[in-house]
Design a protein around this ligand. Sequence first.
Ligand code: FAD
Length: 288
Amino acid sequence: MRPFSYIVAGSVQEAVAALHEHGRDARVLAGGTDLLVEWRHPGARVPRVVVDISRIESLRDISLEGRDVLLGPLTTHAELIRSGVIRSEAAFLASAASTIGSPQIRNRGTLGGNIMNGAACADTVPPLIALGARVTLSSVDGERDCHLSGFYNKPYTTVANPNELLTQVRFPALPRGTKSAFTKLGRRNALSISRLSVAAVVAVDETGVITDARIVPGAAQTVWKRAMEAEKILIGNPPSVALFAEAGRVVSGVLIRETGRRWSTEYKEPVIAALVRRTLEKCFAVND
Ligand SMILES: Cc1cc2nc3c(=O)[nH]c(=O)nc-3n(C[C@H](O)[C@H](O)[C@H](O)COP(=O)(O)OP(=O)(O)OC[C@H]3O[C@@H](n4cnc5c(N)ncnc54)[C@H](O)[C@@H]3O)c2cc1C
C-alpha cells in the first residue's frame, strides 16, 4: 500500500479544516471496514492524507429531539442494535444493522461509513430512506442538510463534496403503533452482503385500514427509491396475504421494467415479489 499522512482529528472543526486543506487528496476514515478492504485491492487509489475521525466523541450520540431521532455518524451497527431509542422508534433499522457482517464488523463499522460508502447493498440505507432520513454535511463554510432520498447519483457516488463531513443523521420517529420490518436475502445466513433486501413501514387506523405504507427495495436499483406504485395499492385496504402478494408483484414488475429484462430476471422477478410479501407479512404476522 502507498504511504499516506495520517491526521487524527480531535473535533469536527479539526476534521473539516483538514478536509478543506487537502481537498481531493484526503479521505475520511471512520471504522475502516470499507476503506481498508478497498485499499488492499491491487491498483486501488490510496489517498495522500487520511483524516481519522474515530475519536470525535460528539459524533457518536443517539438521542431524541422532540419526535426526531438524531444519530451521530460514528454510531456503530452494534450500538444501533442495542439502542433503546432505535428499538422503540425505528425497530427495522436495528434489524437491518443486525444483518451486517459479523460481530467484529458490527462493532467497528459505522452508520456514517455505510451511508457515505454508498454501496447498493448498504443495509442501513433502505430503512433510512423509508424513515425519510436527512443528513447534515459540515465543512469550513458551514452546514447543509440533504434528504437521503436524493443523496446518491449512482452506487458509491453521493452529492457530498470532498471537503464535507457527514456530522448527523436525523429522521422522524415512527408514529406509535406503526409497524416496520427489514428482510435481507444473501448467499448464506451469516457474513453475507445483500443480494436483495426490503425495508417496509405500515400503519393501520382504528378501522383496520392501512393509512401509511413505505416500501424501499435494497440492492435492486442503481439508487434507492420508494416503491410508490405498490404503496398506493396498500393504502385504504385492510392488510391481507393477497394484498401483500399483489404489492410484491407490483414492486417486482416496476423493478424489472426499470432495469430491463436480462439473464437474472427469471430469478429476480419471483424473488423480489416474495421478499416484499414476506416483509409486509413480518410487519403484521398475517396468517389468513
Ligand atoms: C467482512 C465484511 C462484511 C460486511 N458486511 C456488510 C453487510 O452485510 N452489509 C453492509 O451494509 N455492509 C457490510 N460491510 C461494509 C461495511 O462494514 C459497512 O459499510 C460499514 O458501515 C462501513 O463503516 P466504516 O465506519 O467502517 O466506514 P469506513 O470504511 O471508515 O468509510 C467508508 C466510506 O465512508 C466515508 N466516511 C465514513 N464516515 C464519514 C463521515 N462521517 N463523513 C464523510 N465521509 C465518511 C469514508 O471516507 C469512506 O469513503 C462489510 C464489510 C466487511 C469487511
